[in-house]
Design a protein around this ligand. Sequence first.
Ligand SMILES: [Zn+2]
Length: 203
Amino acid sequence: MLARSHQVLGFTCGMLAVPLCQSFNIVPAHFFSSIIFMGTVLIGSLFPDIDSPTTKLGRKFWLLAIMLFAAIITIATEFPKLWDIIDEHVSGIGSMLLPMLLVFLGHRKFTHSLPFLGLLVIYGSILHTVYSIPMFYLVGFLIGNVAHFLGDFPTTKGIPLLYPFSKKYFRAPLVFDVGSPIEHIITLLLVGFNIVYISLYII
Ligand SMILES: [Zn+2]
């Protein structure tokens, strides 16, 4: 799927997950928490495709990463007082971003597999314990990643669900080509569904 379609599908999955997660007390019942949760779902819904630095998304990601790194170095060297305040948060977020090194493993490979999801769960649990990062950030991020898989599963290429144990690509019985008119129709239908759902249950 294209990045835009992944975001729309991620939005749908996150929106449907909010009431479920609230009923299990995973997401606090505050409007602000739901917004942060949706943000983490949307980031997660694009995350598996950062393994392709040649795509529009991959390029944007790397540009942003370099700018952030430059900003951190500037603050650490020029504004020590500010650095004291944000030091701990930067270390926490920096650790969260470490799995992005997986980008060197080739497009639609490891970041589109179940072992990758398993690693995210383990890594997320460690971050939750060490840096006290709220659990719902991690749950939202995971839901976003699963939504991404759901978007790539019914495409012609499919996804290597068992990579690196098997190089077989799995796909749905009915598939569409990435960027094809069918994908655009599906995305439009999802947008329509999101609007109806929000107007019926949220506003
Ligand atoms: Zn993908």
